[in-house]
Design a protein. Structure first.
Length: 525
């Protein structure tokens, strides 16, 4: 059975299940507006599109774009770009050339390849890889990114995010054009982009103010209004070790008006020690710096520290590149990858205290370049792969059940990632489960966005690996449960009298912790 969208005859039963003919129900010619069901479905689909867009583009300003025939308009803050771009990658290549300057780029290309600016070396590698890739009819194709391709398009995307959400200063562009200043500026674009995608508004410091040494930018969390002073440092390339204390000291020397976030890129092609030992080595240096580091003969200030390695520029022609991230708290003892908490409740409270830093961490981990302009699933947006299974859509089911038509109410993909289960509501109000298989493109699309694959948001079960993840999952369910109800759940607890004196929030935390411990005990952990 291969469901397909179908038109409904005016004398046919309305697929909504009302029992009326279509012309007297949803097909009425004199119908003034959409039904409540249609409005609900439209809202759910809009919410799903927005959730998918945020997953792709982050929490900054969304891509502003419109098609005009074969051309596309893209607005970046107050500037509108115009061209024949099928994918967002196509636009980014044009955008980067325009920002660095066509004349500057032409002058660099005239040089021997080894003497060109790093960006133009990347561009040459990208062009070579694209020329060696067979292109299907229609011009849209997927290619495994080399280090040069990742570096080139990430620079373009980072600049776009900075330009679209804050300010792209001429000083930064000048530094990017200068080979000796390039890598430091290149890393700063990453930091700005990570903050934007995490939902923080960034304000760069006055580029002409040399009267004081200040952090490079101030970041304001849009949801809470909290402000942070942010500094980015990149180590020089080619070092045989991972020591970062010099960069940390320089960052903490800068004047800061708000709690600090410090980003340090290790800038190594390959880690000089066993990868499993890297976190331990970096953590040991952090603890030593906490004890010894002083600024102007005073103890150094606290900071959230993000240690990264963005190695793409070291591997121009290799696809075996992998970014690295380790978070730690410099004099923030309850934040960091190696932090040990005395209880699940304390771990939860620490997570809430440092939630913004965790959001930045997730932004770094999920920093990918969108392929589409409007948040569409790229595996379905290009080529002949429109979405086949949309909840709320009417389908002809004749291939599986002669004469049957129905509306898709629920859908899910089996554990094999191939079989799709479809709950259809027939015209007479009955329901049945139909099965189908996903195409290769649909399988890729589902893996990319399983929660919104069927057109509306659906909760997708995931694996819970740690007690804390189980605790947080339970807390989402019970955090708003009334106090009396929670106490009823724990009526047999020996300390019920003490619990009854607590706030609803603390009782909910206590219940979730005890439930987590009980479930872990029953599971043998």
């Amino acid at each position: 059975m291969r469901p397909r969208e179908t038109s409904i005859g005016r004398n046919a039963p309305c697929p909504c299940g009302s029992g009326k003919r279509h012309k007297h129900c949803h097909g009425r010619l004199d119908k003034v507006g959409p039904s409540n069901e249609e409005l609900r479905l439209a809202i759910e689909r809009k919410d799903a599109r927005e959730a998918q867009r945020i997953q792709q583009q982050g929490k900054g300003k969304h891509i502003i774009s419109a098609e005009m025939g074969e051309h596309r308009l893209v607005a970046v803050k107050n500037t509108v770009y115009y061209g024949k771009w099928r994918t967002f990658f196509d636009f980014l290549s044009h955008y980067l050339k325009s920002k660095l300057g066509p004349a500057w780029g032409t002058a660099e290309i005239a040089k021997p390849l080894a003497e060109r600016h790093p960006t133009l070396q990347w561009y040459d590698a990208v062009a070579h890889q694209q020329s060696q890739t067979s292109k299907p009819e229609g011009g849209i194709y997927e290619i495994q990114a080399t280090g040069a391709m990742s570096a080139y398009y990430h620079l373009a995307y980072n600049l776009y995010l900075l330009d679209h959400n804050a300010e792209l200063q001429n000083r930064l562009l000048k530094r990017l054009r200068h080979p000796d200043q390039f890598y430091g500026a290149y890393y700063e674009t990453y930091v700005c982009a990570w903050m934007v995608r995490a939902g923080l508004e960034i304000e760069l410091e006055d580029e002409g103010d040399g009267s004081t040494s200040h952090c490079e930018l101030t970041a304001t969390h849009k949801a809470s209004g909290r402000k942070f002073s942010v500094e980015a440092k990149s180590r020089s390339a080619g070092k045989p070790h991972l020591a970062f204390s010099n960069q940390l000291r320089k960052a903490l020397t800068k004047k800061a008006d708000h709690p600090r976030m410090v980003f340090i890129d290790l800038n190594v092609a390959t880690l000089p020690v066993d990868a499993a030992l890297v976190p331990e080595a970096l953590t040991a240096e952090m603890r030593q710096s906490e004890r010894q580091l002083k600024i102007a003969d005073a103890p150094a200030p606290a900071a959230y520290v993000f240690l990264t390695n963005m190695p793409y520029h070291h591997f121009q022609h290799s696809t075996e590149t992998q970014a690295f991230l380790l978070t730690d708290g410099f004099k923030i003892p309850d934040f960091g990858h190696s932090t040990a908490h005395s209880s699940l409740i304390e771990a939860h409270k620490a997570f809430e205290r440092h939630k913004i830093a965790f959001e930045v961490t997730e932004s770094i981990r999920n920093h990918k370049i969108p392929a589409t302009f409007g948040g569409e699933n790229p595996h379905l947006a290009f080529g002949d792969h429109p979405p086949r299974f949309l909840i709320g859509q009417a389908y002809d089911l004749s291939e599986a059940s002669p004469g049957r038509k129905g509306v898709l109410e629920q859908a899910g993909v089996g554990d094999d990632g191939l079989t799709v289960h479809l709950v259809m509501r027939h015209e007479d109000g009955t329901r049945a489960i139909y099965r189908n298989t996903l195409t290769e493109a649909e399988q890729q699309a589902y893996r990319e966005h399983p929660e919104t694959f069927f057109g509306v948001q659906q909760a997708i079960g995931g694996k819970i690996d740690t007690p804390f993840e189980l605790f947080e999952w339970l807390h989402k369910s019970y955090k708003d449960t009334p106090k009396d109800r929670l106490l009823e759940f724990m009526k047999d607890a020996p300390d019920i009298e003490r619990l009854s004196q607590l706030s609803q929030e603390d009782i909910a935390l206590a219940y979730c912790e005890r439930l987590t411990n009980s479930m872990q005990h029953r599971a043998g952990h």
